[in-house]
Design a protein around this ligand. Structure first.
Ligand code: PLP
Length: 390
């Protein structure tokens, strides 16, 4: 299809799953057993992921959002307590606090890494601050040494929303290279189809704390204690279980995680190479002592000054058959956050100026070099048309 006119060429999706025949077979083999839920694949998947990130315990759940919610509850964060977090993220990293009537206290981001600006965290502390919840945005680990120091100094809990960062790592004090998800008192992963690995839907809490793990295990299963009667509920719980069907897919995906991450790195490399000579397009940043795990490929359009500009780029690129999206719109400006907390434009200027420029391009394991070239061509043409290219 390459070389045909834009209209005739196939649409290049923003993301897409990469499933092998073995993975399809792994799912089918669970369907042939009697253990569709709470069976052996659940425990195996938890062990595989926890082992991979270097944590003692994994508790699989039905989404990354559920994992965040359980982490918040298990760490005892409750009504009126404040949690310092970032407004430049997927909304779940902040909504999980609202579920417990805790209060997100946003802190602006670093303009290069897009992660929470640790230098501003301490000024946001109050007597009610209970925890820090940082996000490894676009697969780049936050500055966990700095966050850990602040948490320890002030007696705060620390949550790692590593839902975008399975396989990322960072050098941290006393541990050397360590995996995303392993930096907080609890870490969380998500396995929606656009993530590094998928279970269709799914998520996981990882922790070294046996009590936190037990609480999460109970709460995902309607508050049952392990080994208890089916209709005995020791505490308020939820149905956040992940079926063995999903877990089998996750196990199979984890068995080739290195290959998956390498494929993604290769696609990112093509983008970097081809985007180099487009004026006004800034490739994702690197940070010292940090290895990104590629989740999405987000470029910064340096000449874009408004969400309207960016929306127009998205509209035209889609018209050219290129799936793309503006990642992220600031959480504090979502309508219900404005209503609940009175946030306005200008409250977090770096987050806002960043979100007017950040564009996610098609990105998945199987994207071809030719498709990347087509995306880059379409981007160049679009920016030229809109005078956003130089
Ligand atoms: C994907 C994601 C989640 C969780 O997503 P689910 O769709 O609930 O699995 C949470 N936080 C961040 C930053 C994410 O990108």
């Amino acid at each position: 299809m390459e070389g045909t006119s834009d209209k005739l060429a196939t649409f290049i999706d923003l993301s897409g799953p990469d499933l092998t025949d073995e993975e399809v077979e792994a799912v089918l083999s669970v369907l042939r057993t009697r253990h569709l839920s709470l069976g052996p694949k659940l425990a195996e998947f938890e062990e595989v992921v926890a082992g991979y990130v270097g944590r003692r315990h994994g508790v699989a759940v039905n989404s990354g959002t559920s994992a965040l919610h359980l982490a918040v509850r298990a760490l005892g964060i409750g009504e009126g307590e404040e949690v310092i977090t970032t407004p430049f993220s997927f909304i779940a990293s902040s909504n999980c606090l609202l579920y417990e009537r805790a209060v997100p206290r946003f802190v602006d981001i670093d303009p290069l890494t897009f992660n929470i600006d640790c230098d501003q965290v301490e000024t946001a502390l109050t007597e009610r601050t209970k925890a820090l919840l940082a996000v490894d945005v676009f697969g780049l680990p936050a500055d966990w040494d700095h966050l850990r120091r602040i948490a320890d100094t002030h007696g705060l809990r620390l949550i790692d929303d590593s839902c975008e960062a399975l396989g990322a790592s960072r050098k941290v004090d006393g541990r050397g290279w360590a995996m995303a998800g392993s930096f907080g008192d609890a870490g969380t992963f998500a396995f929606y189809p656009n993530k590094q690995i998928t279970t269709g839907e799914g998520g996981m809490v990882v922790t070294d704390d046996g009590d936190v793990a037990e609480l999460c295990r109970s709460m995902r299963n309607q508050g049952r204690d392990s080994g208890a009667e089916w209709l005995r509920h020791a505490r308020l719980g939820y149905n956040y279980r992940l079926s063995d069907i999903n877990c089998a897919l996750g196990i199979a995906q984890m068995s080739r995680i290195d290959q998956i991450l390498a494929a993604r790195r290769r696609v990112a490399g093509w983008y970097e190479e081809m985007l180099r000579d487009i004026e006004g397009v800034v490739a994702p940043a690197e940070a010292p002592d940090t290895r990104r795990s590629w989740f999405v490929y987000v470029v910064r359009l340096a000449m874009c000054q408004s969400w309207q500009d960016l929306d127009e780029v998205v509209r035209r690129l889609r018209g050219r058959g290129i799936g793309c999206s503006n990642y992220f719109y600031p959480i504090h400006l979502q309508p219900f956050y404005r209503e609940m907390f009175g946030y306005e434009e200008g409250d977090f200027p770096v987050t806002e100026s960043t979100s007017k420029q950040t564009l996610a391009l098609p990105f998945h394991n199987r994207l071809s070099r030719q498709s990347v070239a087509r995306v880059v061509d379409a981007l160049r043409t679009t920016l030229d048309e809109l005078d956003l290219g130089a």
